[in-house]
Ligand binder design. Structure first.
Ligand code: ADP
Ligand code: MG
Length: 347
């Protein structure tokens, strides 16, 4: 059987890195993006630009590929489900429906006995007033937030202000007294068939990931529990592909699941250089039905996200042989925009 042609929805850095991994495996990619300047244009074999709701564009895309995956989870469920009726979409769109909404996502975790920070659904100002036991808290829009967007810190009801758009549903989440944040990346190939990366330790600045490192400085019990929970999640979702679970560890060493990314994840960029098989390659292998290869760590290392104008200091730099620089080739430098990353491995 020849390799399938893989469609990828979304043309940011995750789409680019997926396309690169596919190329290594001799798999042709077609990327669909609504951004004419999508960086993944530089990395994919074929690029289609158009609105995700435009039926003609979607049909053109579907006709060019054998199966479809995506780099971000916020594609409207209706669109993704409609595509899935014509060509297989992996992971299955019903997973997106569950995870696109922070409220249903957290309910799902709790139903599986996976601890989260305490939270409540907020429809209006009064709902916050009735739930002051969750303050200090973070108000988060139920849908479409990323990199801290759509979030408001609420220390007391005095912090309720005009910037909060109550036409959207929110959750109010109790602030966790953070010791550290970690993530677990897992690729599921089928029933009880996984490749799991050891937990990665993450540092956020301004709610945007800044550094990641392997190994995470955590106890064996946190390590085992975070891996168990991630395994339980993919099995329960009957998930195919790479998924990431973001966790909080509090000052009393309690573990909380924060969110699930049903896709490859920024913290997993490090796996390109620390492991024999990266999170991107494993995702492509799983969705395309290729061989599952035992994934092993080769080096410890750390990854630094290059945000906004920071990228300029790296574009003409020379690097040591244990440093790997990735430029996402975004045409415009913007404040708080992820522009590239640098991974440094321990030899
Ligand atoms: P996003 O979808 O923007 O990544 P997150 O819920 O992951 O949203 O929040 C981004 C970051 O904000 C987290 O990685 C963490 O650093 C901080 N944060 C979010 N919720 C909490 C919380 N309940 N307690 C403490 N810190 C939090
Ligand atoms: Mg997050």
């Amino acid at each position: 059987m020849s390799n399938p042609i893989l469609g990828i929805i979304g043309g940011g850095q995750l789409g680019s890195l997926l396309a690169e991994a596919a190329k290594k495996l001799d798999i042709e990619t077609v990327i669909l993006s609504d951004d004419t300047n999508a960086p993944a244009k530089n990395f994919t074999n074929n690029f289609i630009c158009g609105n995700y709701e435009d039926e003609k564009i979607i049909n053109e895309f579907i006709n060019k590929v054998d199966l479809i995956t995506f780099e971000f989870e916020n594609i409207p469920y209706k669109v993704l489900n409609n595509i899935n009726e014509q060509k297989t979409v992996l992971p299955n769109p019903k997973i997106n429906k569950l995870i696109q909404n922070r409220y249903s996502e957290k309910d799902f975790l709790n139903k599986n006995d996976i601890r989260t920070a305490r939270y409540v659904l907020i429809k209006d100002e009064d709902d916050i007033k009735f739930n002051q036991n969750l303050l200090p808290g973070i108000l988060k829009t139920c849908t479409l937030g990323y990199d801290g967007k759509g979030q408001h810190k609420i220390n007391s009801i005095k912090d309720i202000n005009k910037d909060i758009d109550f036409s959207k549903e929110h959750i109010l989440e109790k602030v966790v007294n953070l010791k550290k944040e970690i993530s677990v990346i897992i690729t599921r190939f089928g029933h009880q068939r996984y490749e799991i990366y050891e937990p990665i330790e993450n540092v956020h600045e301004d709610q945007i990931l800044k550094h990641s490192k392997i190994p995470a400085d955590i106890s064996d019990s946190i390590k085992n529990k975070s891996i168990d929970w991630a395994t339980k999640i993919v099995e329960d979702l009957d998930y195919i592909g790479t998924l990431c679970v973001e966790y909080f560890v509090d000052k009393n060493n309690n573990l909380y699941a924060n969110e699930i990314a049903p896709r490859v994840h920024n913290s997993g960029h490090i796996t390109i250089n620390t492991h024999n098989i990266s999170q991107f390659e494993n995702h492509i292998r799983a969705v395309c039905g290729l061989e599952k290869i035992e994934t092993k760590k080769i080096h410890n290392g750390k990854m630094l996200n290059l945000i906004g104008s920071e990228i300029s200091n790296f574009r003409n730099k020379t690097f040591a042989d244990n440093e790997f620089f990735y430029d996402y080739l975004k045409t415009e430098i913007r404040n708080k925009r992820k522009m590239g990353h640098l991974t440094i491995i321990e030899k």
